[in-house]
Design a protein around this ligand. Structure first.
Ligand code: 13P
Ligand code: SF4
Length: 365
């Protein structure tokens, strides 16, 4: 077998040559290949995706495909999920291994285990707490949830998952995104006083035993740096300028931004809602720039105006890592019978992680 082609050569190729290579490789690989693309991918990559979606839709598509190769144009945790839900029967490839998620990195197994242990000094977590991990997390945290009667959620099913969790135990430990946890729990009627913020840099999460006993949900102090760029004043300004306008935000935005929004939901939900609006509607959208720019261009001919929530350029820098050069490199290698950048979750982690993911997929089915 020939040696794998090196990325260095591809890094020097202009985008149009990569484009031609990607198209040619896709033609040669045919049904052996499926490319999944998250909505935050840049245009030059996104247009090559066979299927696009939010995290939930992409994980379901990965579970259903019978293609031999899944090239995941998204971030690391998404490719891990694809490998887990396919039971290792497909070859999952992440074009650039540096495409991580800074929010996912805010929780790790050692810190979550420490939290669980510290909680056990005050309450009995295995009896009283369901661990719920946002899908934006490493596979071993999903495994932790699988082993402790817990579950995974995404931005589109967080409410149904929390209802499932409260059907089993009285409290939830939610990681790593405090905002998705807080926004969802509040919409379910849990008051802010019954939410405690676990600061993983402090002993006991910086909480008193009383605060832990009283909490219905313990929120990990993680956040998405991209969604931190959207602020209430952006919404106030828009409302002054467009009193009839509509505001739609991703639930990774902070509490105030979500409270001020007319609609809150996943990337897929945002697209669906804006696409269904009538001509003349003016939207302010609080999520990543690549998605918003594409939506803006798509809706302009229909008379729908789409405006990005922040005056600053805020893209997800890790989603942006997947460029045409890396995509062309991975595909040309597949054509040459070489697999590069395969994501493989070890069986000891994948089995319990799959338990937590299967619970989620059952909840939303
Ligand atoms: P969605 O599942 O809504 O696409 O969100 C993924 C994500 O990482 C948002 O920052
Ligand atoms: Fe992670 Fe935020 Fe990027 Fe989503 S937008 S992948 S949460 S860093």
């Amino acid at each position: 077998m020939s040696a794998a082609l090196k990325i260095d050569r591809f890094n020097l190729l202009p985008d149009d040559e990569c484009e031609a290579r990607i198209v040619a490789a896709k033609r040669l690989l045919g049904r052996r290949l499926v490319i999944l693309g998250h909505h935050y991918q840049r245009d030059e990559v996104f247009r090559h995706a066979d299927f696009t979606g939010d995290s939930l839709k992409l994980s379901q598509l990965a579970a259903q495909t019978d293609a031999e190769f899944i090239v995941f144009c998204g971030v690391h945790f998404m490719a891990e999920v694809a490998d887990i839900v396919t039971g290792g029967r497909r070859t999952v490839i992440l074009p650039d291994l540096a495409a991580g998620c800074s929010m996912a990195d805010m929780a790790d197994l050692a810190k979550v285990r420490k939290c669980w242990k510290e909680l056990s000094e005050v309450i009995d977590p295995d009896e009283q707490v369901t661990p719920v991990t946002y899908i934006n997390s490493a596979a071993d945290l999903k495994a932790f949830c699988g082993e402790h009667g817990g579950i995974v959620c995404t931005s589109s099913n967080a409410r149904a998952v929390l209802e499932w969790a409260y059907g089993r135990r009285e409290k939830v430990l939610f990681f790593p995104d405090q905002h998705l946890g807080r926004n969802t729990a509040y919409r379910m009627g849990i008051p802010l006083e019954h939410m405690a913020l676990w600061d993983f840099t402090k002993p006991m999460g910086g909480l008193t035993p009383e605060r832990i006993r009283q909490a219905k949900i313990i929120l990990w102090k993680g956040f998405c740096s991209v969604h931190q760029m959207f602020h209430p004043q952006h919404i106030h300004k828009f409302r002054r300028e467009h009193p009839q306008g509509k505001v739609i935000s991703h639930p990774e935005n902070d509490f105030e931004v979500c409270q001020l929004s007319d609609y809150v939901g996943s990337t897929e939900y945002i697209l669906r809602t804006v696409r269904a609006s009538e001509s003349g509607t003016h939207w302010l959208v609080g999520t990543e720039l690549n998605l918003v720019n594409r939506l803006k261009a798509e809706m302009a001919p229909k008379g729908v105006t789409v405006q990005f929530m922040s005056p600053m350029v805020c893209m997800c820098s890790t989603m942006f890592r997947t460029d045409p050069q890396h995509l062309a490199w991975t595909l040309d290698n597949l054509v040459a019978n070489q697999v590069v950048n395969q994501i493989r979750v070890p069986e000891a982690v994948a089995v319990p992680a799959r338990r937590a993911l299967d619970r989620m997929l059952e909840v939303v089915d």
